[in-house]
Design a binder for this molecule. Structure first.
Ligand code: UT7
Length: 373
């Protein structure tokens, strides 16, 4: 029997930090409201494109696994915030790292995109279609944010992480998963105008408008993740006591607390990043996983539970058996270029471009926000 072990991991977090105080310079909000309703203190804003973030994370994950780009058979790019829609983004990472023999695909299930991608890669490895896969969870929300809408602008951040999945004869990697979609609630989270993240090649960055029913999503997300977590533990024949670490989607501390408590688990078994990074959509689970590893919170042979939800409303939970190795084989020198601006300056730049989108020529917003890969 072939399994699909996770053998490499790497996060790529943009350096610019946007605090709650920064947000209250242009929104009617407070640090107290944001922290008490969400658990968030700050989030990151990227000064490079999503493909560039994903390339850094992928290089780090490949070094960690001791795998050369030429050995990669498959790249799956989990995201709902692509730099552009065509060509796909996975091919941008493929070109950047020189993985000439790989197949490349994007998967968009919003915040669950990394875990759906992990399921896809695991299935392809287990059935012998590929042996070595890279699975990326990346999100660049900042250019698509409606920065005038306090209901959503305080919740999200940019970020990325990638893992390497390889064929193994040992029983490790995803042991069981539950995937679903509460499609009758799909109107609770919709971003109109999401498309192209940079203004160039004669295109302007579009206005986006967020339809967002936070309390309804909150309720459905808790129910869905509790059910998916119970289902996945039942499938694998394990109990909450057998779980060593929960690595959940990080949309709101109160959602995590509700899911974890209702699932019969204690909060000290949870890896949390929500206060530092906010909701990075597809990137939250792999970034939390990479940080749990670097903090020594994943022990050899550990059993990990990963519940998540996203627009759709997609819901899932994964049970992952970790292997023996919890340290990188090597460390990549891939790094972000220096950022000349503060996070608030980056956001104000995006706000000005969006405000000027309708009077583009007069406002002179022709210069690219990021260089296109
Ligand atoms: O990963 C997928 C995407 N993430 C989610 O879908 C998140 C799911 N939902 C949530 O996390 C929570 O529902 C929120 C954090 C969005 C909201 O928390 P809540 O406890 O459901 O909010 P609430 O109903 O207690 O508070 C809403 C009030 C409204 O005011 P009124 O109508 O009660 O007077 C809002 O206008 O809070 C107001 N409000 C704010 N006030 C200050 C909303 N956003 C803000 C803000 N600052 N940023």
């Amino acid at each position: 029997m072939t399994y699909a072990a996770i053998t490499g991991w790497g996060a790529a977090m943009p350096p610019s930090v946007l605090s709650n105080a920064d947000l209250s310079t242009f929104l009617d909000t407070t640090d107290d409201w944001i922290q008490s309703r969400t658990g968030m203190k700050e989030r990151r804003v990227s000064h490079v494109s999503a493909i560039e973030m994903a390339t850094i994370a992928t290089r780090r994950a490949l070094a960690c696994a001791g795998l050369d780009a030429s050995e990669v058979d498959l790249i799956i790019y989990g995201s709902c915030s692509n730099d552009e829609q065509v060509p796909n983004s996975a091919s941008g990472v493929q070109a950047a790292i020189g993985a000439t023999r790989a197949a490349s695909m994007d998967v968009n299930t919003a915040c669950t995109s990394f875990l759906y991608s992990l399921s896809t890669a695991t299935a392809m490895v287990r059935t012998g279609v590929v042996r070595n896969a890279v699975v990326i969870g990346v999100e660049i929300i900042s250019p698509f944010m409606d920065w005038d809408n306090r209901n959503v602008a305080v919740l999200f951040g940019d970020g990325c992480a990638a893992v390497v999945v390889q064929a193994s004869e040992r029983e490790e990697g995803v042991l069981a998963e539950q995937l679903g979609c509460i499609a009758d609630a799909r109107a609770t989270l919709r971003v109109r105008g999401m498309g192209v993240a940079y203004a160039n090649r004669g295109l302007v960055m579009g206005d986006t408008s967020w339809d967002f029913d936070g309390p309804e999503i909150f309720k459905r997300a808790v129910q869905g993740m509790v059910q998916a977590s119970a289902a996945v533990m039942k499938k694998a024949g394990v109990t909450p006591d057998d779980i060593d670490l929960v690595v959940p989607h990080q949309a709101n501390l109160r959602i995590i607390e509700a899911v974890v408590t209702k699932s019969g688990l204690p909060m000290d078994k949870v890896m949390l990043t929500v206060s530092r990074y906010g909701n990075m959509s597809a990137a939250t689970v792999p970034v939390a996983l990479a940080e749990a590893l670097s903090e020594g919170r994943v022990k050899p042979g550990a059993l990990l539970l990963m519940p998540a939800f996203g627009a759709g409303l997609t819901v899932c939970a994964h049970l992952v058996r970790w292997g023996e190795r919890v340290t990188p084989l090597a460390v990549s020198d891939a790094a972000f270029p220096p950022c000349p601006k503060s996070a608030l300056e980056l956001v104000n730049d995006i706000r000005a471009r969006k405000a000027g989108a309708h009077e583009r020529s007069a406002a002179g917003f022709d210069a690219p926000l990021y260089s296109a890969a």
